[in-house]
Design a protein around this ligand. Structure first.
Ligand code: ADP
Ligand code: ADP
Length: 227
């Protein structure tokens, strides 16, 4: 059960004059693909980071699978996350980059190999496993970042502008890849973007944010229909 309840979440940064996120209230169903959209600074990343445990929640409750998660450390949340700046380790091979989090968590050698091979197969990275990030294209690097996130099979997948560093053509093919990944992995996914096309093509439901608050929630058809 990986329903996610964002129960009236508020976030105020220590040096912030106002709330970065205000009264964010949303129930996310299992396996749903949710997209947060809105202009830069409206609180999308902050909300995602609160779900991942990378920011404290000022007020409200984060409930995952019926369990209150506010005080659970990031490493103890069963969540995969991919950022815009994919920050691969430059001195490690693709395989070692993907295996890194598994090694930290003391997965067995055989299990690590199986998981890395499986992720490489899903993402079409088999022939790049022994290369270093510097020898890959931008799209290939972003696929490695996705691979690193999916090897643990976490039921929740958070993505923060994962495609915004890629050129337009690559964004289109990676978008299809992400849709496919979601269907294949059956994760509950939350995806942050300011790109309307990504929201329209990927989302089950779109959450439109503006200055820290939810402005509208609906299917892409509901949100983007012509008035
Ligand atoms: P984006 O538009 O993609 O959210 P930002 O430039 O707003 O990127 O933020 C980049 C990083 O800087 C994030 O880690 C964010 O938490 C941090 N950041 C953003 N605004 C501030 C701020 N006013 N003070 C301190 N850190 C900030
Ligand atoms: P978005 O992801 O929609 O671009 P953010 O969640 O990054 O928005 O930022 C929401 C608000 O919080 C912005 O006003 C931003 O400047 C502020 N902010 C983000 N990170 C920090 C931080 N680490 N410290 C202080 N303010 C921050």
């Amino acid at each position: 059960m990986v329903e996610i309840d964002l129960d009236h979440l508020y976030k105020r940064y220590e040096d912030g004059e106002d709330y970065a996120v205000k009264d964010f209230d949303l129930h996310i169903k299992e396996r749903e693909f949710i997209v947060f959209v809105g202009p830069s600074g409206c609180g999308k990343s902050t909300t995602l980071r609160m779900i991942a445990g990378l920011e404290d929640i000022t007020e409200g409750e984060l409930v995952i699978g019926g369990k209150v998660m506010n005080d659970v450390a990031p490493k103890d949340r069963d969540i995969a996350m991919v950022f815009q700046n994919y920050a691969l380790y430059p001195h490690m091979t693709v395989a070692d980059n993907m295996a890194f989090g598994l090694k930290l968590r003391h997965y067995s050698k055989e299990d690590i190999k199986k998981r890395v091979d499986n992720a490489a197969e899903i993402l079409g990275l088999e022939e790049f496993l022994q290369r270093k990030p510097a020898d890959l294209s931008g799209g290939q690097r972003q696929r490695v970042a996705l691979g690193r996130a999916i090897v643990r099979d976490a039921p929740i997948f958070l993505m923060d502008e994962p495609l915004s560093n890629l050129d337009a053509k690559l964004r289109v093919s990676m978008r299809a890849q992400i849709a496919k990944l979601h269907r294949r992995l059956n994760t509950t996914t939350i995806y942050v973007t300011h790109d309307q096309t990504e929201a329209m093509t990927l989302a089950d439901r779109v959450v439109v944010m503006s200055v820290g608050q939810i402005q509208q929630i609906g299917t892409p058809a509901e949100v983007y229909q012509n008035p």
